[in-house]
Design a binder for this molecule. Structure first.
Ligand code: SAM
Ligand code: SF4
Length: 463
């Protein structure tokens, strides 16, 4: 099977070449168009990637900030990755889990160990996890993933429960995707890593992952299996970021044309040092900090209603800078070694890559609140069936704000009352009052009613 109709590399190269001819007036026109929040075409995106003039760069960042604030307000959805296994039969040269790497200790958590991880995350206050595994499962095969999801949903402690399990595992067959859907996952997430075929074959040198086409069609199979909430991404640092950004746009356009709905989220991991991987310490095409901020801002303008996820690969400083430019979801308090939460340490010789932000959840939440953002643990849309096309229909006219802000506040208050330190609680209560003061009368009333219920002891209050 060929999938050259999904990514047309020649069209990407041509658009990039054409983009270089854009002058300041054209860039300003594109930014004016972007501020209408209807998205951008390939040519527009190509032109924006060429910006280097500090004044235009400032205008790009300002426009992204304005779009982000209009659509997402002050909310930042918070989750934790849950690594269940580092077994893998692939040979991705940038990853510590690659099959031939003998520098790490291999481990697949048992269901009891997964339950221990979940309890630890719940005791910290997490409500959303992203389940992650290498591409090789213990003897139960794919059933191991399904069992693990059931364990996560079935493990509770005190007021703690995981209300949404998103999943990042290797491409599945249609039938396996149907089973994943039946296991009630939230988002199925998969990164193409690089959309450039040449680069792809150079960095994936063994196992099924070497098959570019099998990977890029994973989202099609997920959607055909009824999973309408999907996340895509690029591992930045493997190939030129401008190429990747345009190719990502092509992938999104393809999905929108075929399924009437694009991805729910985009992830923008940058290559981080990984044990036993020279490539991870010497990325072929490193993305500088300024280009990284640029690409986040461009994505925000290009696909304004698609969430952007920022992981703890990045430092607290970079994370904070990109919150303003368009990020809508963050991981916090993460460990990338299986068992890392319950065992309380980041065991580098079992971990996938090293982290840039090591702070515990409460510190991140306090910091986010002090910056004026509302940490949200909301899972309302997914549980009310507002996913895929329904979500987009609602999000596009801005209606989602009427639900998201009250839901963000009620889940944030749950966190503060059940898990927050004194300092975080103080910062959070102050923020809640500020946000209430900015709401329209009807939304504020709804929100206050929900907050009162949480203060009275009710949990999982959403609209
Ligand atoms: N094994 C599955 C796969 O490759 O699709 C799913 C999980 S994999 C552990 C999750 C993601 O981690 C990969 O898609 C890749 O983008 C990212 N990753 C791998 N090595 C990395 C590194 N050195 N730095 C940053 N991210 C990395
Ligand atoms: Fe395995 Fe995924 Fe790492 Fe590749 S990125 S070696 S498939 S865990």
């Amino acid at each position: 099977m060929t999938t050259r109709h999904i990514i047309d590399e020649t069209a990407v190269e041509q658009a990039l070449k054409q983009g270089k001819t854009a002058d300041a007036a054209q860039i300003r026109e594109i930014l004016a168009k972007a501020s209408e929040m209807k998205g951008l075409n390939l040519g527009d995106v190509a032109a924006l990637t060429t910006i280097s003039d500090p004044e235009l760069l400032g205008q790009l960042f300002d426009t992204a900030k304005q779009v982000k604030e209009t659509i997402y307000g002050r909310r930042l959805v918070v989750f934790a990755p849950l690594y269940i296994s580092n077994l893998c039969k692939n040979e991705c040269l940038y990853c510590a889990f690659r099959a031939k790497n003998t520098d790490i200790t291999r481990r697949a958590l048992t269901q009891d160990e997964i339950a221990d991880e979940v309890k630890t995350l719940e005791e910290q206050g997490h409500k959303r996890v992203l389940l992650v595994a290498g591409e090789s499962y213990p003897k139960q095969g794919f059933q191991y993933v399904l069992d693990s999801i059931a364990t996560v949903y079935g493990t509770t402690v005190g007021n703690g429960e995981i209300r949404r399990v998103n999943v990042n595992v290797a491409p599945l067959t249609l039938d396996e995707f149907k089973q994943l859907k039946a296991a009630q996952i939230g988002t199925y997430q998969i990164f193409q890593e690089t959309y450039n075929r040449n680069t792809y074959s150079k960095v994936h040198v063994g196992g099924q992952k070497a098959d570019y086409d099998w990977r890029i069609t994973a989202i099609d199979r997920a959607m055909e299996a009824g999973i309408d909430d999907v996340g895509i991404g690029v591992l930045f640092g493997l190939c030129d970021w401008r190429f990747e950004t345009l190719a990502l746009m092509q992938h999104i356009n393809y999905l929108e044309d075929k399924f009437d709905v694009g991805p729910h989220t985009i992830s923008v991991p940058r290559l981080e040092p990984a044990t036993g991987s020279d490539m991870s310490t010497h990325p072929p095409k490193p993305v500088s900090d300024i280009d990284f901020r640029k690409l986040v801002a461009i994505l925000r303008l290009a696909v304004p209603y698609t969430g952007i996820i920022m992981s703890t690969r990045e430092t607290p400083k970079m994370r904070t800078e990109t919150f303003a430019l368009g990020v809508s979801q963050i991981s916090a308090g993460s460990r990338t070694n299986p068992g890392g939460y319950a065992e309380g340490e980041d065991v580098i010789d079992e971990a996938q890559f090293s982290l840039g932000d090591h702070r515990p959840l409460d510190e991140v939440i306090g910091d986010v609140a002090n910056l004026g953002y509302i940490p949200s643990f909301c899972t309302g849309c997914y549980r009310l069936g507002r996913t895929g096309q329904d979500f987009m229909d609602m999000a596009k006219p801005g209606l989602i704000k009427e639900h998201c802000d009250p839901n963000a506040l009620s889940t944030f208050l749950e966190y503060l009352l059940d898990y927050g330190s004194d300092a975080t609680r103080q910062a959070g209560e102050k923020l809640i009052q500020t946000v209430l003061g900015e709401m329209s009368e009807s939304v504020r009333q709804r929100s206050e009613t929900m907050l009162s219920k949480v203060r009275e002891g009710r949990r999982d209050v959403f609209c």
